[in-house]
Design a protein around this ligand. Structure first.
Ligand SMILES: Nc1ncnc2c1ncn2[C@@H]1O[C@H](COP(=O)(O)OP(=O)(O)OP(=O)(O)O)[C@@H](O)[C@H]1O
Length: 275
């Protein structure tokens, strides 16, 4: 049985720039042939400085940006150029959690509507009452009170909104979740709680995850395997333990040197959540 869930090879992405005054359309190559492999149930980190192409790669994996070269296979199927109508059924299986949950939660809808709506839309619940039961059970799993369903996004804290974002993704019963810088806007202890929650959920539900972060200590806390990106290329990859213990690329060593010493320690997540 193929243990790979998502396999991307030779991915190139070029963004078209706006037409200039004289009509020329120069384009910006952003990914220069990236290979990435995510196993079923595996948590993979994608790390690199701002502008290295992490978000673009994540969006390419989900077919949210077009690739100019390369191949993306999801669960053994080549999805590189399939039309959106064929992508649609796969979208439920490939969820995304955003950095700014406020921007992705409709401010005029209650949490009940935000969370039950997609369940009903995708036929994962037969009726509104069943959908609400499923929502309450997942809210409990992400340590939010059931009464949250009557709240609006602005009535929740940043950490609670991020939990709603996680709950929304998990409710879709996905095989793969892309989490793009999801803790960077949160304070340190809320960050650690959200990371611990996701780590637990991915193990419990057998979810594969790609965790995008500029912060190696976050990657180290949750990932099994890491890809280090620089200027649109993967400069190093390997099991987290190996890359952290003996990085082979000078760029990875520089990123590791930039981590404050107390966080350069795999136990930091446990300790942060204890406080
Ligand atoms: N829609 C777009 N149109 C044109 N250029 C873009 C677009 N999105 C990103 N870029 C450019 O592509 C490059 C890679 O951006 P990307 O957001 O993928 O990197 P990143 O590593 O995720 O950075 P960050 O951590 O800052 O989000 C950057 O130079 C960025 O300016």
């Amino acid at each position: 049985m193929d243990q790979n869930l998502l396999v991307a090879t030779g991915i190139k992405v070029t963004y078209a720039k706006h037409a200039g005054l004289f009509g020329s359309k120069p384009s910006t190559p952003v990914l220069h042939g990236v290979d990435i492999r995510i196993g079923k149930g595996q948590t993979v980190g994608i790390v690199g400085e701002s502008g290295s192409g992490k978000t673009t790669l994540g969006r390419a994996l989900l077919r949210l940006v077009d690739v100019s070269a390369g191949k993306i296979a999801f669960d053994g199927r080549n999805i590189t150029h399939i039309p959106e109508t064929e992508m649609r059924p796969l979208r439920r299986r490939m969820q995304m959690i955003f950095q700014d949950p406020m921007a992705s939660l409709n401010p005029r809808h209650t949490i009940r509507r935000i969370l039950t709506g997609p369940l009903l839309l995708h036929g994962l619940a037969g009726d509104a009452a069943t959908a609400l039961e499923q929502v309450k059970s997942v809210l409990d799993r992400v340590s939010l009170p059931a009464a949250c369903v009557e709240r609006y996004p602005h009535e929740l804290s940043g950490g609670q909104r991020q939990r709603i974002g996680i709950a929304r993704a998990v409710l879709m019963q996905p095989d793969f979740v892309l989490a793009d810088e999801i803790v960077s806007g949160l304070d340190v202890s809320t960050q650690a709680q959200a990371l611990k929650l996701l780590k637990g959920l991915s193990r419990e539900l057998g979810l594969a995850m790609a965790f995008i972060s500029h912060d190696l200590s976050v990657i180290r806390a949750v990932c099994d395997y890491v890809y280090v990106m620089r200027l649109g290329k993967v400069v190093e990859e390997g099991p987290c333990e190996q890359v952290f213990a003996s990085p082979s690329a000078a760029y990875t060593r520089a990123l590791l040197d930039a981590i404050p010493l107390p966080e350069y320690d795999p136990g930091w997540l446990e300790r942060r959540t204890e406080t």
